[in-house]
Design a protein around this ligand. Structure first.
Ligand SMILES: *Cc1c(COP(=O)(O)O)cnc(C)c1O
Length: 385
């Protein structure tokens, strides 16, 4: 696969077998736990033709060797669990809550020591990175959507001989390629934009270092965090439309962000696509777009925010993002989420018609502003989630 192809082409063309008469165009689902001896796989925990196709496609997009995992957390763990006991990690305060819990538990058990930092402050981040064993970055951060200066952070960490991992889940491989900036690992929860249809869990870790890729495969093999054949098939099928989905969802997100920012009941919108967002200039410098996830805070606190989520009909009140369907949630409803304003609503802007989405959102803001309706909405059964 020539690397000079545009990524919108790679997403469609990579990860296919050489043409043979009557051979399928797409990698078929192979349901097998074991294979006849003599090939590269042997046993399906060690290798699988579906993984190879998916990994070739993601690896070509990201510019490295991709290793697929059962979930995004397994992809993150494949980097973090291999650090030696007593290693020091530098990580953002606002890191994805699953990774934060993993690091906190490793700290509690005396396995890892984490220095928490505001990664939007490059100088402060590099100051604590000196002498550390890993700099863990995430951009844009989920759910506050702040943007670290990745080129400066990665170059600075390399000068200090500290390897860097970047969780690029919110951006997806269409908008951000950390390996090109010099990171050692790029990590994605493929559950989100890559698969794109809210029907599976998967993860992928990518590295430009062939020996490190071999270590990641070994980790997967002996820990057993292997993706299923159906999931891998669906994730590759989802990847084929990632460029189109991202284009549409991102255009929708930008339009909604502008309209929300102009709405009298909205206190703040966080979205790097807005010209006055603190992450705007950075995102434009090294990302190929601001993405399709935004957060906003509504006047009236948590109760109003819950009421907005329940009043929406097109936006499902559900966690996660990256699917074609629009979803939203009041993020602080999760007890393990920290440092997130109570009234903050994280929105996954999907691929529906933007006028339908805005009509839904505007109506929800209107009815949630009525105190009587608000109480009824707050008592909706799904608020137990
Ligand atoms: C969802 C997510 C993960 C974890 O992925 P799973 O597939 O849910 O295990 C990791 N990092 C970020 C930024 C995420 O949004």
């Amino acid at each position: 696969m020539p690397r000079s192809l545009n990524r919108a082409t790679i997403a469609i063309a990579a990860g296919r077998q050489a043409p043979t008469p009557d051979g399928p165009l797409s990698e078929p689902i192979t349901l097998a736990s074991t294979f006849h001896a003599g090939g590269p796989n042997g046993y399906a925990r060690d290798g699988h033709p579906g993984w190879a196709a998916f990994e070739e496609a993601i690896g070509t997009l990201d510019g490295g060797h991709a290793v697929a995992f059962s979930t995004g957390m397994a992809a993150c763990s494949a980097v973090l669990d291999e650090l030696p006991v007593g290693a020091t990690v530098v990580a953002p305060h606002e890191v994805y809550m699953g990774v934060r819990q993993l690091l906190e538990e490793a700290q509690g058990g005396g396995r890892l020591d984490t220095r928490w930092v505001d990664i939007t402050d490059t100088a402060a981040t590099l100051a604590v990175t000196e002498g550390a064993d890993l700099l863990w970055l995430e951009t844009p951060l989920n759910p506050l959507l702040s943007v670290g200066d990745l080129p400066a952070l990665i170059a600075g960490a390399r000068d200090l001989d500290v390897p860097v991992a970047v969780d690029a889940t919110v951006a997806s491989p269409m908008l951000l390629r950390p390996l090109e900036l010099g990171a050692t690992w790029s990590v994605h929860s493929a559950t989100k934009f890559i698969a794109g249809h809210t029907d599976l869990l998967m993860g992928v870790t990518v590295t430009a270092d062939a020996r490190e890729a071999q270590r990641l495969r070994h980790h997967r093999e002996i820990r057993g965090a292997t993706p299923g054949a159906l999931e891998t098939f669906l994730a590759l099928r989802g990847l084929r439309t990632l460029p189109l989905r991202m284009e549409r969802a991102q255009a929708n997100a930008l339009a909604l962000a502008h309209r929300l920012a102009a709405h009298p009941d909205v206190e703040r919108v966080r979205y790097p696509g807005l010209p006055d967002d603190p992450g705007h200039d950075r995102a434009h410098a090294f990302m190929d777009g601001p993405g399709a996830v935004l957060s906003f805070e509504v006047e009236g606190g948590a109760q109003r925010a819950d009421a907005v989520c329940h009043a929406c009909e097109l936006f499902a009140y559900a966690t996660s993002f990256g699917g074609v369907e629009s979803t939203m949630e009041r993020r602080a409803r999760w007890p393990q989420e920290r440092g997130v304003p109570d009234a903050l609503i994280r929105v996954n802007v999907g691929c529906e018609d933007v006028e339908d989405l805005w009509a839904d959102l505007e109506a929800a803001l209107r009815v949630s502003g009525d105190p009587r309706r608000q109480e009824a909405l707050g008592a909706a059964p799904s608020s137990r989630g």
